[in-house]
Write a protein that binds this ligand. Structure first.
Ligand SMILES: [Fe+2]
Length: 268
């Protein structure tokens, strides 16, 4: 099967474990050969995209109950929320492979690598959640990541600007704060969750870097100023406001320039 059709096939799978297995298998096949950038005839529709299980129940971000992570259930809800982000992240990486034609081959290889690592992250967190006595689907979850995928499905420049280097970059900022909280809690399961977040943070720097690389490549191709055009896209798609504290060290490693980091907290 065409490597990008394999991404669409994995994207449509609703069972999380089957999606993970299909993603790993197809990513390994894609890494071993060339990937054609041509338009995929007959797939210009979103039937069954994204495949996702009936649970978790999807609610507005403001409707997700706040639970104290100092309780077992609260920590499970916290791990579940990150597990849900990783499930969405598998889908958005597969979507980046499948949906956008005409990009250089390296673009598709990059996003297959991201999909593969997001599948690993989901597996690590889901195994941990199960060890705590819960499983994926047991808590309600919100849908911010996929909503931004939908909004940017007709514009790869907007997708690169607003999903990896805006929404996923917020994960770089948030992860150390979550880890500090888990360290304060100090239970064995909290320490184990923090160790998984070390792996995730390391990999997410690479994912945001891929977003930055392709955003800049596209701006150069299209004669756009990356900073000025980011403001246009941010307003056009109503991206969420970024909030301090920022993880400047991780953001610098992910390729944000000093000029971009100086303007992070300013309203666009
Ligand atoms: Fe991830």
């Amino acid at each position: 099967m065409h490597h990008r059709l394999s991404a669409l096939a994995a994207l449509r799978i609703s069972d999380p474990e089957q999606k993970v297995a299909a993603t790993h298998a197809a990513a390994a096949r894609a890494a071993a050969g060339p990937i054609a950038p041509d338009a995929l005839a007959g797939t210009a529709h979103d039937d069954g995209v994204p495949g996702r299980p009936a649970r978790p129940v999807r609610v507005a971000a403001t409707a997700v109950p706040q639970r104290s992570p100092f309780t077992d259930e609260g920590r499970a809800a916290l791990v579940h929320s990150i597990c849900h982000i990783e499930f969405n992240a598998i889908n958005l990486a597969l979507d980046a492979v499948w949906r956008f034609s005409g990009m250089p081959e390296a673009y598709y290889h990059d996003w297959w690598r991201v999909a593969n690592e997001e599948a690993q992250h989901f597996t690590l967190l889901h195994a941990h959640l199960r060890s705590m006595g819960w499983q994926y689907g047991d808590f309600p979850a919100h849908d911010g990541l996929w909503t931004m995928c939908e909004k940017t499905k007709h514009d790869v420049v907007a997708r690169m600007a607003l999903v990896p280097r805006t929404l996923e970059a917020r994960g770089l900022d948030a992860t150390p704060l979550i880890q500090a909280k888990l360290t304060r809690i100090g239970t064995p399961d909290a320490r184990a969750a923090s160790a998984i977040l070390d792996i995730i943070l390391r990999d997410e720097v690479g994912h945001v870097a891929i977003g930055n690389h392709w955003y800049r490549w596209l701006c150069h191709r299209d004669g756009l100023d990356p900073i000025a055009h980011y403001r246009v896209l941010y307003r056009r798609h109503d991206a969420p406001r970024l909030r301090a504290p920022f993880n400047f060290e991780a953001r610098a490693r992910a390729g944000f320039t000093d000029e971009e980091m100086a303007t992070l907290a300013q309203p666009c």
